[in-house]
Design a protein around this ligand. Structure first.
Ligand code: ADP
Ligand code: MG
Length: 263
């Protein structure tokens, strides 16, 4: 814009861009219909850089569909999604290039059983994004080491616990250095004693400043890790705010009803 590079203010270590950045994720008026059933209904959601947003709501409220739409795994019936200010639901945009910038992890069955841990992580970078094999493997090993799974690189998924498999799936979502990570009930399919190691990894990602949207039934974890909680009902965000407000003093009868049922 001709204003030159941003100048650090006194006491500021890193030069910030002048003015507020656009949200990392901006969803406007999303609408998704499955067989006449409205699943996302005029849904708006903004996520700022480094922000962690937890999506809560009853089964069928649209959490997974929202995450799948953001990752362009589903076509919208209406609405727009921007990533870092770029309109990614423009049909001219390549979904593969968008998915490189957004990592996603599902509830279960994430890994390919016939591929080693290392190949699971590097398959997409090599095949889809044409990245150099040695470079992709080097980065994958580095990430595995960071999460204590270095010695599992050559193993097949069935040799790993469910918790280790989910941690590998998260590593795979991180390997393209995404701007945003989407986590869809990533601990729901795990035995209770394996949940902790996955939650620890998500905590570490937050500490690193990763921007995340996570759908979860773990209210304790949502309260701890989320900067903001969005309660979905019928495909809309009907209440949102800081965890202590949404979970502690919900204003909407539907939110109160939901929390009474699950806590
Ligand atoms: P949540 O993750 O909050 O449980 P979902 O997004 O999975 O909710 O589902 C929302 C609604 O959309 C549900 O009624 C579900 O049955 C429906 N739905 C989701 N995916 C499909 C699909 N591929 N085809 C038809 N209906 C679907
Ligand atoms: Mg779901």
């Amino acid at each position: 814009t001709g204003s030159g590079p941003p100048v650090p203010r006194p006491g500021q270590l890193v030069a910030r861009t002048a003015g507020p950045n656009p949200p990392v994720l901006s969803c406007r008026a999303l609408r998704k219909v499955f067989g006449g059933h409205v699943v996302l209904d005029d849904l708006d959601l903004d996520v700022a850089e480094h922000e962690v947003v937890a999506l809560i709501g009853a089964s069928g409220s649209g959490k997974s569909t929202l995450l799948r739409c953001v990752n362009l795994l589903e076509d919208l019936d209406d609405g727009t999604i921007h990533l870092d200010g770029e309109h990614i639901t423009d049909p001219r945009v390549s979904p593969d290039l968008v998915r490189r910038r957004i990592g996603i992890v599902f509830q279960a069955y994430n890994l390919f059983p016939h591929l080693s841990v290392l190949d699971n992580i590097t398959l997409a970078p090599r095949r889809v994004y044409r990245r150099d094999r040695a470079e992709a493997e080097f980065q994958a090993r580095e990430l595995l080491a960071r999460v204590g799974l270095a010695e599992k690189a050559g193993d097949y998924p069935d040799r790993l616990s469910g918790g280790q498999q989910q941690r590998v799936a998260i590593v795979r979502a991180l390997v393209n250095a995404p701007r945003l990570i989407l986590l869809d009930e990533v601990t729901s399919a795990l035995d209770p004693e394996l949940v902790g190691e996955v939650l620890t990894m998500i905590r570490d990602l937050k500490a690193d400043g990763m921007t995340m949207v996570l759908a979860t039934h773990e209210m304790g974890f949502a309260r701890e890790v989320a900067d903001r909680i969005c309660f979905l009902d019928g495909g809309r965000v009907i209440e949102e705010g800081p965890p202590e407000q949404v979970l502690g003093e919900p204003t909407q009868p539907r939110t109160r009803q939901f929390l009474r049922r699950i806590i």
